[in-house]
Every structure is written in structure tokens, then in C-alpha cells.
Design a protein around this ligand. Sequence first.
Ligand code: ADP
Ligand code: MG
Length: 152
Amino acid sequence: MAELKERTFIAIKPDGVQRGIIGEIIKRFETKGFKLVGMKMLQASENLLMDHYADLKDRPFFPTLINYMSSGPVVAMVWEGKGAVKTGRVMLGETNPADSKPGTIRGDFCIDVGKNIVHGSDSVESANKEISLWFKPDELMTYTSCAFSWLY
Ligand SMILES: Nc1ncnc2c1ncn2[C@@H]1O[C@H](COP(=O)(O)OP(=O)(O)O)[C@@H](O)[C@H]1O
Ligand SMILES: [Mg+2]
């Protein structure tokens, strides 16, 4: 069923990598039941980041954002499952960690909107765009998780 194959793009930002929170973030998506279908660590180029954040190019914080996101390696991931985009955003919390509830990733692990440790797609449409920006088709895995019939 197509709805069980919804995919979202999640990225651990340079501060999440530097602060040693990679495992915590992966763990939350993994134990929730989403299926990891793509993952890599990379130093994102400015061109990639400008495409990724194209919608925000007129915002005053855009140069700071590009600088922040290119300040070190990131961990790029694709997670799959029913409602992965919307539920992924709920798991992240609000853009500003100060507005994020405890129990969310941003609510639990960071303080400042300019250092909010993780990215998640905000719609299925932007997820598809972001996945194709960050991953080649052959970097996305097709496999059956043994947990599938215990989740759905
Ligand atoms: N006012 C701000 N000051 C500094 N950085 C910001 C600000 N607003 C947003 N950002 C940064 O830009 C990223 C993208 O913004 P946005 O798409 O609005 O949020 P989200 O990441 O929650 O989808 C945020 O995650 C954050 O890193
Ligand atoms: Mg966004």
C-alpha cells in the first residue's frame, strides 16, 4: 500500500553531529517504527544548501543559515512509513526549541532557533524534492523490514 511507503528527509545538522546526538536522533525514528531507507554523512556544498533552503532565500537569517549548515558534516537520512512526514515533524518539535515540548527532539536537546540540530521535511511534496536533491535513486534501499507485520 502506497501510504505505508511515505518518505521523509531527516538531516542531523552540524551541531547535532558535533554534540554527539546522532545516535539519539536515529534511535527515535528507529524505535518509533519508521524504516531507514537511506543514510549518509556528508559535508553539504553551498549550492546544495541554497537549493534545499530555496524557499527561505529572502529571509534575513538566510546567510547565517547557509553558513551554519555548511560549518561541518551533516547526517542525511530518508525514513519511510505511514505518516512519516507529519509524524516526523511532530517528533522534531517546533522550529524554535523554546516552543518545543519536552519529549520532542528539539525540546529535549537544544535551546536556540539558530542551532536546532535537526531538519525534517514539512510536506510530502517538499520531502520528495529534498530526497531527490540529497540522494541518488540507487542510494535508497528497497527491502522488507521483519517488523512490518507487527507495526501495521
Ligand atoms: N529566526 C531565525 N533565526 C535563525 N535561524 C532560523 C530562524 N528561523 C529559522 N531558522 C533556521 O532555518 C531553518 C529552516 O527554517 P524553517 O523551514 O522555517 O524551519 P523548520 O526547520 O522547522 O522547517 C530552521 O530549522 C533554523 O535552523
Ligand atoms: Mg522548513
